[in-house]
Design a protein around this ligand. Structure first.
Ligand code: GLY
Length: 347
């Protein structure tokens, strides 16, 4: 078992990675907590033992369940259970569960402790770590939320053995992203080592720029590096695909398309050469992930949605793009360059 620290001063916390890590849960809940509200989905099928008086609350399956209505239902259920400010919420599931349970924990009693047990590869390498919580609106993904750091995260790699193949592929898309954040060669490692390296990379970005303010105007000392926003490499298009409609791509699959798109856009803008684009294509292909837009996607709609992306802070479109100094947040990209790049990757 490996332990990776997310270093945030008084809010630092451990991420436990390894086979059987979920057994450590009783020592990860806050001292003094008497009750644990375990939030999960019926399909997850992972029972946890917190060592406290605990009750299980199911939310519905799928991204569609990440709503304010779900958060209200959870908070009302916590109140009926008698969950106090000294108690703990435990999110057991993939990103949908940890995002919604984390947000419910952030707002219930103006904030109660939360521990995440990430059961999907995507959750273990990304969603459960770093304290981003939230829900979707019809207008876009994760438009309402809060930064609320967990007390601990458990990444039990035994839980990955039973993941449906599409779910695993989705996690691989997020893993592919780390090749461009300084963690190459993950595909050849055993799963515990690969997850731990992704977690350590993410922890370093989160520790440096917890609230993703570095890339904003006046972003402070890490502004030039882009900070946490760089973790969104490949995500601007991915979120637009997901927001624009159900194109039968899982999140990580959409991220894979987004990585190739970002590389091609960077080449169009003269920031990288053909070899760098080929590297992106090769990493995505090594994980057997898609690199082209599905047929029938309206480019105009994607451009419109990307214009509303949370990274956008001024005029034009904003992307994380590769370049001579590595990844950077690039603002003011013209819509016609984006549309031309979308044409390049149309299936
Ligand atoms: N998934 C990107 C982040 O947590 O910042």
């Amino acid at each position: 078992m490996r332990e990776v620290e997310v270093n945030l001063g008084q809010r630092s916390y451990p991420v436990l990675v390894g086979a059987g890590a979920v057994g450590a849960l009783p020592r990860l809940v806050p001292p003094g907590a008497r009750r644990a509200a375990v939030v999960t989905q019926a399909d997850i099928g992972v029972g946890v033992e917190t060592g406290l008086e605990q009750a299980v609350f199911h939310m519905a399956d799928g991204e569609g369940a990440k709503t304010l209505a779900t958060v209200e239902e959870l908070c009302r259920a916590f109140a009926r259970f008698g969950l106090s400010r000294a108690d703990v919420v435990v999110g057991v599931g993939g990103g949908v569960v940890t995002d919604a349970a984390g947000f419910a924990a952030a707002v219930y009693h103006r904030g109660v402790a939360v521990v995440h047990v990430a059961t999907s590869l995507l959750g273990q390498v990304d969603a459960a770590i770093g304290g981003k919580t939230g829900v979707n609106l019809a207008e876009g993904k994760n438009l309402v939320g809060a930064f609320w750091q967990p007390r601990a995260v458990v990444c039990d790699t035994d839980l990955l053995a039973t993941l449906p193949p599409r779910e695993r592929r989705s996690g691989l898309g997020e893993m592919a992203k780390y090749a461009f954040l300084g963690v190459p060669g993950l595909a050849g490692l055993d799963i515990e080592e690969a997850v731990a390296r992704c977690v350590a990379c993410k922890a370093a970005y989160v520790s440096q720029d917890e609230r993703e303010t570095a890339a904003m105007p006046g972003g402070g000392e890490v502004a030039r590096s882009g900070g946490r926003a760089l973790l969104n490499y490949g995500h601007t298009l991915a979120h637009a695909i997901e927001t624009a409609g159900a194109y039968d791509l899982r999140h990580g699959e959409a991220v894979a398309v987004g990585l190739v798109f970002a590389a091609r856009l960077a080449r169009r803008l003269g920031r990288v050469d053909d070899d760098r684009v080929a590297e992106h294509e090769a990493v995505v292909a090594a994980y057997d992930l898609p690199s082209r837009l599905p047929r029938g996607v309206a480019h105009g709609q994607l451009v419109e949605v990307m214009g509303r992306d949370k990274k956008a802070t001024g005029s034009g479109l904003t992307f994380v793009l590769d370049g001579p100094r590595g990844l950077e947040v690039v603002a003011g990209v013209e819509a016609r360059e984006v549309t031309a790049t979308l044409e390049e990757i149309s299936g």
